[in-house]
Design a protein around this ligand. Structure first.
Ligand SMILES: Cc1ncc(COP(=O)(O)O)c(C=O)c1O
Length: 364
């Protein structure tokens, strides 16, 4: 058997006629930028996340960047985030002129609130909790810290669309949230894309200007802005896919439950808590035989990945921040032991059985 880590072509095939019809309609309309489909998508995703406002933007990184800009984060400010994340979570802080303050993660791969508490200074303005692997971060603890110290919370929800925390969807848990619509995400378009959600009308109005050159209308510019809009065509593709998202996430949860039950006797499987409805963007196991296991799985035709092999604080780009090997023990241990298994809705029962059996065979 050959099981790729992702197989985007399968999902495209299942939606092909709908997508092509949408492309034809928009192609014939000639409205490729800021078309009606964008505002329709924004209304639908806002309602899906349980907030009043959403804005389509060029990608998930810019969703976070524009959120920070709109909150007024700039030079002299500190923003706390997790060291185990995709690099964009940190560069968006640098791009604002602020300082990323990295902290360690807990057993669930997400930012550890105790480490956040210890990192707060009088320069801290915001926390970016990353809902890594599709699992909501510990928002109750983080929100109480934010309230106590008067900090903004910008959720990095890039990997977690549809996930719930105590019954509330991610995207509605902080002051605002940035989602990625990158093709590899649970709701992925056919190129780059992103969304910002918020309940704060002031923030919404600011970001609306910032993402479109600072223009209030075609000719009048109110503030210096950026070109960071979601294309009409990608918004329509996202609308089509949003209708299937819950079903796809449900399938990923079922695969995760299957993997966890089969593999917990040989590897550490992701913890599951009743109040978290994880959407399993990734299913990450941990084992100190990780590198040998990768080779074994490759020989069986099973592709895996590591998210992420180098924590942000050990990246060359982050050298000036002054962190060293040993700064964040949990994230560093994770980087050496974790492994992401294939997980996507199109995987068949016999394929996931094959992945699990191949892993058990390695350990037995
Ligand atoms: C946790 C996290 N944050 C931010 C991003 C950035 O999103 P994008 O690639 O759409 O810019 C990603 C995407 O890879 C991500 O996984």
């Amino acid at each position: 058997m050959n099981i790729p880590f992702v197989n985007l072509a399968l999902q495209f095939q299942s939606l092909e006629s709908e997508l092509v019809a949408a492309f034809r309609e928009i192609g014939r309309s000639g409205v490729y930028i800021m078309g009606d489909q964008l505002s329709q998508f924004e209304a639908e995703i806002a309602s899906y996340c349980g907030v009043r406002y959403a804005l389509g933007v060029s990608d998930g990184s810019n969703a976070l960047f524009l959120s920070l800009k709109a909150l007024g984060i700039g030079p002299g400010d500190e923003v706390i985030t997790a060291t185990n994340s995709f690099i964009a979570t940190a560069w968006v802080i640098v791009a604002c002129g602020a300082k990323p303050v990295l902290v360690d993660v807990a057993e669930d791969f997400n930012i550890d609130p105790a480490c956040v508490a210890a990192a707060i200074t009088n320069k801290t303005r915001a926390i970016i909790p990353v809902h890594l692997t599709g699992r909501p971060a510990k928002m109750r603890e983080l929100k109480s810290l934010a309230e106590k110290h008067n900090l903004w919370i910008v959720e990095d929800a890039a990997q977690s669309i549809g996930a719930k925390y105590n019954g509330h969807r991610v995207g509605s848990l902080g002051n605002c949230a940035g989602f990625s619509l990158h093709p590899l995400k649970n709701l992925g378009v056919y190129g780059d894309g992103g969304v910002i959600t918020t309940d704060d009308v002031e923030l919404y109005e600011k970001i609306k200007l910032l993402r479109n050159h600072g223009l209030v209308n075609r000719d009048k510019c109110e503030v210096w802005g950026f070109n960071s809009r979601l294309d009409t065509i990608q918004a329509e593709f996202a609308r089509i896919k949003l209708r299937h998202l819950d079903r796809w996430n449900e399938r990923c949860r079922a695969i995760a439950t299957f993997y966890a039950a089969r593999l917990e006797c040989v590897v550490k499987v992701p913890p599951l808590a009743a109040h978290e409805e994880c959407v399993f963007h990734n299913f990450v196991i941990r084992t100190d035989k990780r590198d040998e296991l990768i080779i074994h799985l490759e020989s069986k035709g099973v592709q895996t990945r590591i998210h992420y092999p180098i924590p942000i604080h050990l990246q060359q780009a982050a050298k000036t921040l002054g962190y060293l090997e040993g700064s964040f023990p949990q994230a560093e241990l994770d980087a050496k032991t974790m492994l992401s298994l294939p997980i996507y809705p199109e995987l068949t029962d016999s394929e996931i059985e094959y992945v699990a059996t191949s892993i058990l065979e390695f350990f037995n």
